[in-house]
Structures are given as structure tokens and as C-alpha cells.
Ligand binder design. Sequence first.
Ligand SMILES: [Zn+2]
Length: 372
Amino acid sequence: MSHTTGLVYDPDYLLHDPGEYLIRYSEHFPFDEVEPHPSGPVVARRTHKLLSAMRYLDHLQLLNPRYADTEDIERVHSREMRTRIERISATGGDVGIGAPIAAGGERIARLAAGGALVAVDAIVHGDARNVFGLIRPPGHHATAEQSLGFCVYNNIAIAARYAQSQHGLKRIAIIDWDVHHGNGTQDIFWNDDSVLFISIHQDNLFPIDWGKVEHCGEDNARGTTVNVPLPPGSGNAVYLAAMGEIVLPIMKQFAPDLIMISAGQDASVQDPLGRMTVTVPAYRQMTRMVRDTANACCDGRLIALMEGGYSNYYAPFCTAAIIEALMSDPPEIVDDPYSPRSEVQPGATIVSGDQRIALDEVKHVQWEFWNL
Ligand SMILES: [Zn+2]
């Protein structure tokens, strides 16, 4: 059994180009300013640079992704969706709703999904104990039929289905801490009790009306969807409380063969698309908590896949702290470059009344299925 941490990365991931973004102020008072799309390549590129500067790359098992093949994609997505994406990829364009790609972008999306598959192989074959996939485009908004919200193919769902069908891992637990709700992943596994899906997200941010606390799966899969919507402003204290009081106890009772993290770092205090206040130490600590749970439940088998995270300055440090926590012996400890300013938010240390109510509401719904 390897004790190393794997890193999936390929410079070709930087070729995924969602183009430019138009900020339109108003019809009557036009303020049209074009700027780079928030899901551009900067965060991934800087994260990789930071890992190099910290000498992490020397200590990680570097894993080259492959292109997911059609069979891999179609374990999750419809043929109609795949062929539509391939058709649009000839010229570039929006392959769903708010999921723009450049010409040839479908190949990069396959490389992202294939990166997740390589992570599964590495863990099953013992090449790595756990793996971080520094992949893009992200995936968790993509449903079986529809790309959405910067996401083309649902990488984590494709990896989960692959782990089950090709490697016989029966039970998969996914924790999605991207600030947005992982609607695609939830929808794909809504009726499937072999996959536990837990999402911590900003309440009703995106997509609207998804990720409600009472949404908990259907039929025999009731209880294998767990939604933890938190109020805007939530920070380290309530995130760690949610992990300790809800996520980890449910994961342990579910007894997974593999744990995966939809690791979007857009709940960070610096993120332009979220309104949460999570900082570097909490990303480190949340990862340690999941890592320890994986060690206790499933021989340490843990895969974290990059999702969102739009602060070009701060998200790379959050991701580096996650990778640090996955490594058994990191050469450096990631500092918060904005400390102590990052920790001045009250949410860093205090679970407020509305946040406590939010956690209690989740427990109230999930008591039917789990001991909490
Ligand atoms: Zn997000």
C-alpha cells in the first residue's frame, strides 16, 4: 500500500477557454465591460505554480490523465448530450446553460473526466493512497442530460460510476463543499443508494431552488442525499461544525469503499462568486477530517477533484492547503497569505444563531435516516 499522495495535472487543462464575460449593468444605462470569464485558467495555473514553489511536486506522485472514452462518459451522460457537446466543440460555444468552451474544448473536458478516472486507477492499484485532481473544466453542475454553470461533463459522477463498474467498489461517498450546490451530482444519484451525496453550500445561491434541506433522495435512496445549506457569511466555525456533526458521522455510518471530495474553493473569504468567509486553515482542517475518516472507513481511499474557486489570489492557497492535508509528510505548511486579516470575520470562530439553526434543520431532516 502506497502512502504517497497523487496529483493529476496536465498543462492541456489550461487550454480550456470559456472566453470573456460581459458585465451588463442595465439596458437603459449601458455599462458593458468585457473581462476574462471567472472560470478561466488562472487559478489552476497559479495553483500548480504554488505547488512547485513549495516543493510539493517533488513529493507527489504525478499522474498523467487520459481522455475518458465514450463508454466512460455514457455511464453518466446521455448520448444526445455527448454528441451535442462534440458538435458545438467544432467551433466553440455554449454546450449547455452557461457552459462555454472554445473550439476543441470537448477534448479538454474528456481529459478532465479522464483525470478523475486515472485517480481511481491509481488508488485501486496502490500507486497512491489518495489523489488530488487539479482538473478543469469542473463538473458538479452537469446533469445526465445538460451541461450547466461552467461544467461540461460531471467528472466526479463519471469517476464514481467507473469505480463501481470497473473496479467493484460498491459504495461511494461524495462530499461537495463547493459554495454552489452540486445539483448535477445530486440529480445523477438521486435514486441510487450506493452513492452518498452530501453538499455544504451557500443557501439558494446557484442553481436557484436546488439544495434545500428537505431534498434527501427518493425511493430506497432516501437519506443518501444530504443537503447542508448555510446562510451567507458562514465561515470556518460552522463549516467545521457541519463536518464534525453531520458529514463525518453520516459518512462513517454509510461505510463507503471510496470517498471523494468535490473540492471547489469558492466558499473562501476572497471569492467573487460566493458570500462565505472560509479561510485556508479550515480547508486544511476539513481535508484532514475527511482523510481521517477515509483511513478509518476505506483504507484511506480518497480522491479530491477541483470544482469552482474564483479568487485568482486566494483560491490557490486554499487548494494547496487541501493537498498538504492529503500528504502524510508535506515539506512545507501552507500559510494564509492574508493572515491575520482573513480571520477577523466573526464566522472564523463563532457559530452564529442562524448558522446553528441551519445545522439543526439538517439534523431534524436526517434523523430519520442516520444517528446524529
Ligand atoms: Zn462553485
